[in-house]
Design a protein around this ligand. Structure first.
Ligand code: NAD
Ligand code: UDP
Length: 339
């Protein structure tokens, strides 16, 4: 069976993808510098699956370290999750974001070229569609103007990978554009573990519910949406992880560049998320309505027909599942992977 390197695989999406790949019979190697994760997530994936992972503590920007891993482990394909992802921080520290998020892909490509690894899947984002494309987003739409440096690093990395594939017909690239991943493994053993104050909605909701934070501020209720709060396409992280397994199956048999949206196609508002979370879990989430957050779009969601038709992938989990599993993880691990 093929050997898959998950660069940044100890993180939220990487750990769920590792579990899905192991369940599907793939071997998994993880390289992570734990800048935003813990080796505990890798141990937990081993417990869930009953299988072993080869783990390297390494910075993906270190091309020599990557070459050593490729040689030692005979890697067939790479999934590139590694990078920084805090939108607000990227506005404060743009140079650091461009340096760190672009160096990772450049070093990986250097190391892949030198060691003959020809398959790479990249964690891109719906944010590359920018502000002007109509919703739902389709893969055939052009990348747009991004609203922050983090999003630009996603857009630029897509361009880098496309150019690399153009120059090297042996290279296969899949760009996976994630919508809004939430939820956790149903076991409650792995989940999202943000450091400090969460930037994203669901970890904020769960931390309010568990009593770690006082109150959720809903950013804006005067948007042109049915209830005035922003609408997003939330996708269960386990469905997202299964999308990566389908993409791995596909990349092994196809050359060139392919782009896939991974979303449900159904938008939910912030208020609907809070209400569903409270109903499904029987807990209260204190919240107030506050001003809009700079850079937020009123609404976006995916057209994921291409992933369904080409990869044979579709989502299976509901919003109730997402809310239940997020809470199950938070309840069992009030401090995340820290004891
Ligand atoms: P995460 O922070 O939990 O995972 C990223 C992992 O990469 C972490 O384990 C971190 O320690 C590691 N890492 C970062 N820089 C590294 C480096 N230089 N060398 C080695 N390891 C490094 O984030 P996530 O939510 O799992 O996201 C994974 C990928 O998906 C990221 O690229 C992110 O930008 C992208 N993405 C995430 C979302 C989301 O909402 N979570 C949406 C769209 C795209
Ligand atoms: N949001 C909110 N309060 C928070 C965090 C997020 O109201 O504390 C809203 C945010 O304005 C957006 C939605 O929740 O409409 C999802 O935000 P998130 O940061 O999770 O994802 P984004 O879509 O911005 O990538």
């Amino acid at each position: 069976m093929s050997n898959i390197l998950l660069a940044g695989g100890a993180g939220y999406i990487g750990s769920h993808t590792a579990a899905a790949l192991l369940d599907a019979g793939y071997d998994v190697v993880i390289a992570d510098n734990f800048v935003n994760s813990s080796p505990k997530s890798v141990e937990r994936v081993e417990q869930i699956t009953g299988k072993q992972i080869v783990l390297y503590e390494a910075d993906v920007r270190d091309a020599d370290a990557m070459k050593r891993i490729f040689r030692e482990q005979k890697i067939d394909a790479v999934i590139h999750f590694a990078g920084l992802k805090a939108v607000g921080e990227s506005v404060q520290k743009p140079i650091m974001y461009y340096r760190k998020n672009l160096d990772t892909v450049l070093s990986l490509l250097d190391a892949m070229q030198e060691t003959g690894v020809n398959n790479i899947i990249f964690s891109s984002s719906a944010t590359v569609y920018g502000e002007k494309n109509p919703i739902p987003y389709l893969e055939t739409m052009p990348r747009g103007a991004c609203t922050n440096p983090y999003s630009w690093t996603k857009s630029m990395t897509e361009q880098i990978l496309e150019d690399a594939a153009k120059a090297d017909p042996e290279l296969s690239v899949i760009l996976l554009r994630y919508f809004n991943p939430i939820g956790a493994h149903p076991s409650g053993m792995i989940g999202e573990d943000p450091q400090g104050i969460p930037n994203n909605l669901m970890p904020y909701v769960t931390q309010v519910a568990v009593g770690k934070r006082e109150c959720l501020t809903i950013f804006g209720n005067d948007y042109p949406t049915p209830d005035g709060t922003c609408r997003r396409d939330y996708i269960h992280v386990v469905d997202l992880a299964r999308g990566h397994v389908k993409a791995i199956d596909y990349i092994m048999q196809h050359k060139g560049v392919a782009v896939f949206n991974l979303g449900t196609g159904i938008p939910y508002s912030v208020t609907e998320i809070v209400e569903t979370f409270e109903r499904v879990n029987g807990v209260k989430v204190n919240h107030v309505y506050g001003p809009r957050r700079a850079g937020d779009l009123p609404e976006f969601y995916a057209n994921s027909d291409k992933a369904r038709e080409v990869l044979g992938w579709q989502t299976e989990k509901t919003l109730d599942d997402m809310c239940r599993d997020s809470w199950n993880w938070q309840k069992q691990n009030p401090n995340g992977y820290r004891v």
